[in-house]
Structures are given as structure tokens and as C-alpha cells.
Ligand binder design. Structure first.
Ligand code: GDP
Ligand code: MN
Length: 398
């Protein structure tokens, strides 16, 4: 689960990671109040107004702006709240901005050398350990750094039984070119960051940039935090941070209905029971020359109600030109699923405007095929996996 910058910073702060202070606002008026409060707390007279959307590269898209007065805060917030922000990480239409984070300006005016670093914490899948990835090239797109100057990206693996050892924090600070007070501050920062990552059950932290001020403070200016959804039951307060406005509405609807649905780019809708079979089905569609429009696991109980809900969800995608139903009847009997498909088809009437290929295999498969073939509906039955994929291709080519 992805978080907004302000939520990520809140979590970091709660574990003692130094952050650029900020207050979130949903209207220009709230933004002005936030700026006044920040001045009272930190003495800052310049502010940064930052669009809160689940996408990076906001600076490049005009979603991060410096405000040199309270008036500026009001004008800039007025411009940013409600805009469709387009960044290198959003679609062409962009993402709607509902909130801005008003931050203290931490790049001191006249500071000739604010240093920006890159730092992330994530799982190293090659070693099966968490690692800290860091670079002197902060503030930039890390993919570009990886492409053009890969030698400037370092990684430090962490032994899960020992945790982050003090020498590792110092080594990271040293590799970033720091010494003296700044080195000590960076080592403290890294240690707090790693603790926050572990204790919050996160799957990724990306802090870009980490800033060193000219008076040797180290702080997180940006925060991209991804929480492990499977651990949310341990963090009710984090679970409440979910912002459904940032998620694909069809995926949200599917989740509420207990369906496991992921939207994809292709034109063949898939309805499958079991995640493994769903993946196999997508592979087969591709091999036959098609492109899956979605991943959809309807789960074990494929009754008429669930099948109908699933059809409804698949059909919201206007790219879908055919639907492949591929159900294995192990616990659930194929004839019951077939009845479910037929009932759903009947009750949806002309809402179903694409051909359906239905492959039911397992318990009572023969009865199921008969039921489908005798239903009088436009459902094409198949018994074999390959046969089903080929029939999908046939209807697509018509
Ligand atoms: P991103 O573009 O979505 O990654 O958003 P960031 O939070 O990283 O902000 C983008 C850029 O804005 C940073 O790389 C900084 O250069 C700049 N920025 C952020 N905070 C401040 C600030 O307090 N003062 C100034 N002058 N610039 C800032
Ligand atoms: Mn950033």
C-alpha cells in the first residue's frame, strides 16, 4: 500500500528520523494557516508547497513550488489544489491533487552548498536480505543515475539477525563523502531510518532527496513509503491512511466484492479460480497471440452472484473484446459454475457485448459442457486449455 509524502514523513518522524517539517492542507485557507503555524514553530519565512499524489517527479511537473511569503502560499496552493498533475510517473491525463503539504523551506537562502543524497531501504531479492541503497546523486531520477553513472550507487545488505550495525551507518556516511558532525548525524539518520522500516513493516522506503544543510543537519525532504499490506492487521493506524482516491476504482470495487483483480492493458478478459491458474491462463493467452486485459481470481466459490460481479468488473474495461472463463472444478462442481455463468449471462442481458469462451474442467465437467451448449446463449464451450486459448484467438480475428 502506497502512502502520501505527508503520511510517510509522519511515520518516519515517529521513529526519530529527522524530516522537513510540514502541515497538510486541503484548501488555500488551510494552507495559509499551516504556513503561519510553521513560522510559529520553526521560524521559517519561506515555504515549499508540495502536491500530495501517489507519484514521483512532482517537482518536474510543477507540483512542488517555493513560496516566499504567506501570499505566495495562498496563490500557489490555489493553483495546485484541484489541478491534474502530470509527471513522468503519471499517465498523460495526470492525477488530481486534493491536498498540498506546506513545508518549511530547508534550503537556506544563500546556502551555497546544500547537499542532496539518495537513500532507499528495500529487499535485495538476490541475497534475500534488506538493503540500504544510496547515492551521492540525490534529487535526480535514480533510474537515470543507474543508467548513466551506476558506480555512484552503493548498496549495504543487512543481516536480519544482527540488524544494522553501527559501523554500517558510518560506512554509508563515509561513502557519501561526509566527515565530522555530518558523518555522525548521517549515521544516526540511517539507523533511525532502518528501525522505522522494520518496525512499520514496510516493503520500501525511498528518500530522495536526503538533505545535508550547511550547518550539518541531515533530514528527509521527500518520503515515498510502501507498506506491506499483509502486515496491516498489526498497524490499524496505518491501515486508516489508505487513500482510495489514488487507487484504480475498478480494483477498489473488486476488492470490496472479495475478488482479486488487477487491471492490465490487453483485450482478453479473464475469469479464473485460483491465482496459479490465473497466471497460467494469462501465459496461454499470450502464447496464442492475445494480450490479457486483467488478472482475476474469483476464488473457490464461483456461484452465479460472484460470476456476475466478475463479469461486471471485467466489462468496465472498454478494451475487452472477448472473455475467457477458465475454472477448475475441484471443490466446486463444474455444473454449478456453468449454471452460474448461464444465470449471470441471462440476468445481465445485453450488457454482455463480447463473446465468452468458457472452459470448465474437473468434477462434472461433461455435465457442465452440456449445460452451456444447451443454454441457447452465445457462450462457446471448450474442454482443453489450448483449445480455449485458440477459440479466443478465433473470435478476436473475426
Ligand atoms: P518529487 O519531485 O516528487 O520527487 O518531490 P520532492 O519532494 O523530491 O521535491 C522536488 C524538489 O524540490 C527537491 O529535489 C528539491 O530540490 C526541491 N525542494 C524540496 N524542498 C525544498 C525546500 O525546502 N526548499 C527549496 N528551495 N527546494 C526544495
Ligand atoms: Mn523526490
Amino acid at each position: 500500500m502506497n502512502l502520501h509524502e505527508y503520511q510517510g514523513k509522519e511515520i518516519l518522524n515517529s521513529f526519530g528520523v529527522r524530516i522537513q517539517r510540514g502541515i497538510v492542507a486541503s484548501s488555500p485557507k488551510e494552507a495559509v494557516d499551516a504556513a503561519k503555524q510553521l513560522t510559529a514553530e520553526t521560524g521559517t519565512s519561506w515555504y515549499v508547497v508540495k502536491a500530495q499524489v501517489h507519484a514521483g517527479g512532482r517537482g518536474k511537473g510543477g507540483g512542488v513550488k517555493l513560496a516566499k511569503s504567506i501570499n505566495d502560499v495562498e496563490t500557489i496552493s490555489n493553483d495546485i489544489i484541484g489541478m491534474m498533475l502530470v509527471t513522468p510517473q503519471t499517465s498523460a491525463e495526470g492525477k488530481k491533487v486534493h491536498q498540498v503539504l506546506i513545508c518549511e523551506d530547508v534550503y537556506y537562502p544563500g546556502d551555497s552548498e546544500p547537499e542532496e543524497y539518495y537513500m532507499s531501504v528495500l529487499l535485495n531479492r538476490n541475497t534475500g536480505r534488506n538493503m540500504i541503497m544510496y547515492s551521492t546523486e540525490g534529487g535526480m531520477d535514480i533510474e537515470t543515475v543507474a543508467e548513466e553513472t551506476p558506480h555512484l550507487i552503493f548498496t549495504e545488505d543487512i543481516d536480519p539477525t544482527l540488524g544494522l550495525l553501527p559501523f554500517q551507518g558510518r560506512k554509508i556516511a563515509f561513502n557519501l563523502g561526509l566527515s565530522g558532525v555530518a558523518l555522525k548525524e548521517m549515521a544516526k539518520f540511517v539507523s533511525a531510518l532502518y528501525t522505522a522500516y522494520i518496525k512499520s513493516d514496510s516493503s520500501m522506503f525511498e528518500i530522495n532527496p536526503v538533505l545535508k544543510t550547511s550547518d550539518d543537519k541531515i533530514l528527509a525532504v521527500d518520503a515515498k513509503v510502501t507498506l506491506d499490506e499483509n502486515a496491516l492487521f498489526r498497524h490499524k493506524d496505518y491501515a486508516a491512511m489508505r487513500d482510495l482516491r489514488e487507487e484504480n476504482p475498478v480494483e477498489v470495487e473488486a476488492k470490496a466484492a472479495g475478488l482479486n483483480y488487477v487491471d492490465l492493458d490487453g483485450n482478453v478478459g479473464c475469469m479464473v479460480n485460483g491465482a496459479g491458474l490465473a497466471m497460467g491462463t494469462m501465459d496461454l493467452i499470450k502464447q496464442a497471440g492475445g494480450e490479457p486485459a486483467n488478472f482475476l481470481d474469483v476464488g473457490g466459490t464461483a456461484d452465479a452472484q460472484r460470476v456476475e460481479t466478475a463479469f461486471g468488473i471485467i466489462l468496465q474495461d472498454s478494451n475487452v473484446k472477448a472473455i475467457l472463463v477458465n475454472i477448475f472444478g475441484g471443490i466446486v462442481r463444474c455444473d454449478r459454475v456453468a449454471q452460474g455463468v448461464v444465470d449471470a449471462y441471462k440476468s445481465m442481458g445485453d450488457k454482455i457485448n463480447v463473446p465468452i469462451i468458457c472452459r470448465l474442467q474437473g468434477t462434472n465437467a461433461a455435465e457442465a459442457k452440456e449445460l452451456i451448449d444447451n443454454s441457447g446463449m452465445q457462450i462457446i464451450s471448450a474442454t482443453e486449455f489450448q483449445e480455449a486459448a485458440d477459440k479466443v484467438q478465433e473470435v478476436l480475428e473475426l
